[in-house]
Every structure is written in C-alpha cells, then in structure tokens.
Design a protein around this ligand. Sequence first.
Ligand code: LMR
Length: 407
Amino acid sequence: TADVVPQAPEDALFGLAAAFRRDESPNKVDLGIGAYRDNNAKPWVLPVVKQADDILRSDPNLNHEYLPIAGLAEFTSASQNLVLQGDSPAITDKRITSLQTVSGTGAVHLGALFLSKFYKPNTQRTAYFSDPTWPNHFQIFSNVGLPYKTYPYFHKETKGLDFEGMVNTIQSAEEGSIIVLHACAHNPTGVDPTQEQWKKLAELIRAKKHFPFFDTAYQGFASGDVARDAWAIRYFVEQGFELCIAQSYAKNFGLYGERAGCFHFVTSPSPDAQSTVSRVASQLAILQRSEISNPPAYGARIASKVLNDRDLFAQWEKDLKTMSGRIIEMRKALRGKLEELGTPGKWNHITEQIGMFSFTGLTEKQVDSLRETSHVYMTKNGRISMAGLNTNNVEYFAKAVDKAVRE
Ligand code: LMR
C-alpha cells in the first residue's frame, strides 16, 4: 500500500508558523495563526486561567482518571449556559444534549460525523460553507463523506458582507441542506451579519427547511461581551430550530493546546423532544467512544472552574476585555497609520471588521512581497491575525504594506 500513498501538501497555516520560526530576522512579524499575543508578541496566559490552574493544582484529590464518555458534566452544562445564555428554552425544556470534544475542531467533526450518519440518510445532502471559510471545514466534512458547496460571503469591493449573494445561494440550495454559520467574528473575514440580517437568514433557513450548524470559536473574544457574541445562536434557538453548535475554548480562554470544546445538539420543541434528545445522545456517545473514548480533562477542568464560579467568571470577562480591547486598539492604529501614509485604497474595513482577524484585501502577490522584503507572515488570502500586531511593530507593518501596495 505504501507506494500508492501520494505526498500531501503541508498544512498552509501550520506551515506558515514553521516558516516564521525559521526566519532569523529581528524584524519578523507573525500575523498567521489565530492565537492571541500580548503587546510583546508573547502568548498570554489569562490571569483567570492561572488562578483556576492554581486552585486545581492545590486540590489533593485531583487525579488523572478517565472522564465520562460525554466529558465533565459541570463543564458541558456550563457550556450550554454560556452559549445559550442561561435561561434559554432549550435548556429549561431539556431539548439539548452536549458532549465535551477535542476543542472546536473535534466538535465540528463530531457534528459532521453525526449528520453524515443520521441526517437524511440515503439522500443527497449538501453542506454549505461561507466563501471563504476556515479551511478545515472542507476537510472535516469531506472526511465523513458529506459533500459541500459554498455560499458567497465576502464582498470584494466593500470588504463587508455580500448579503445578497449569501441569501440567493441559500435560497436556491436544495431544501434541507446543512448551512454552516460562524456565530461571530467570522474566520477569515472578520465580517458578521447584523442582527437584522441574522433574522432574515433565520426566516430563509426555516422556509427552506435547512439545518443550521453553528461554529462558535470567539464568544467574548470578539466584542468582549459574551452575550452579544452569542446573540445569533440564541436567536435561532429561540426560533425553535433543530440545530447543532460546535464550541471552542481555544481563543476565549487561551486554552489552545488543551483542546477544550463542546458539541451541542438542540432539537425543536415537540412532545417528543426529550426522547429525541436521549436517542441523539446515545448515538453521539457511541461515535465519541469509538473515536476518542473520552475527552481530555485538563482544559475542561480549567474552563469549568471559571464558568461555574461567579468571581472567576467576572475576572474572565475582564480578561476578555483586555484581549478584545487590545485588538480594537491595533485596528485603530493600523488604519490610522495606513491613512497617514496615504496608502492607496480604503482602509475603513480594518476597524469595521471584528475579532481575531482582518481580511485586508491584500493580493497574493502583495502577501508574497511582504514576506520576502519585510519578513511579515500572513496567509495568502490576505488575512492577518490582528493579535500579532502591537505598539512595537504596527508602524513597521503599515510601512511594509504601503510599500507592497505601491509596487
Ligand atoms: C486559525 O484559523 O488561525 C485558527 O483557527 C487556528 C486553526 O486551527 O486553524
């Protein structure tokens, strides 16, 4: 068999991170992978995570036993409360079932795998992703044999949302398609629908009997307000949709390598809802057991400690504001510098986009030139991880962009 295995390309994002590490220039700037950095370009352990960590480590009863298949119960229930904001009818009616997963990737995978087995089996089902989307969506869904297409999302001229294009494609998609939606701080564009647009999307998705699949990786990280960043999901749940949610704690807790996440399945209100949820939960447990047996404990313990403690939660909200606030400052600084330099083009989108990323509009050629001449590392689609900018390098980066754009 070995000789029929073709060489696969290196993962673009992790390849970029490796190239950055190899670069010896003192000026190098890493705007690639979406991971928060402090103003000194260093990874940041959230103060609340440090606190929770200290509490956990001082517990003499802490051990390394297996978690249950569905994960730590106090973590999954707190995750429901966070993503649906507490008093949601899905929680009070017990119409939701949740499993702890290997971060957001594991949650997207578990959801896709479940849908591949149980959503309209033996019919042609298609998942729709935004164009562009997080590239991993494509390979996760194709690995479980679900075909996919895309809906327009980013408007090249306005560098905002192509709402009309999005609506037209979702409208003409085969009834009952799976529509994958980024709950907030869309990756890679930083462009989100407004609440009015979300309402229209919900109407359309209902009319077409589509199945919404939310991916939420930036709750609280985007705006600094956990309720605001969860608005779209909460709204869809209030509208009574059957849907699923893939939730990551990588960015909002800085628990990247600990792989803490959660998958939620919510069913519509009906007299059978609790029985549906119980059947769904039983199948999800088998899928989980066969793939990872049970999820990793440590990151979930940390998040759970914080989510279930009023004081720690308040500290977490402060930490979220520190991260989102610094990113907003960098957006202002970058736009300001580019406008000061008179860099050709408009740069208002830098401050209008939200979350970890800005979709700059720089071309692949300009991205290559930035890397070659200025040691700036960003993805070929022109996305920058805003957290890679700081008060020491934002001017250097703006000047490098100015040069690349004028070339
Ligand atoms: C990113 O898009 O940079 C992050 O979500 C990291 C990842 O896993 O791709």
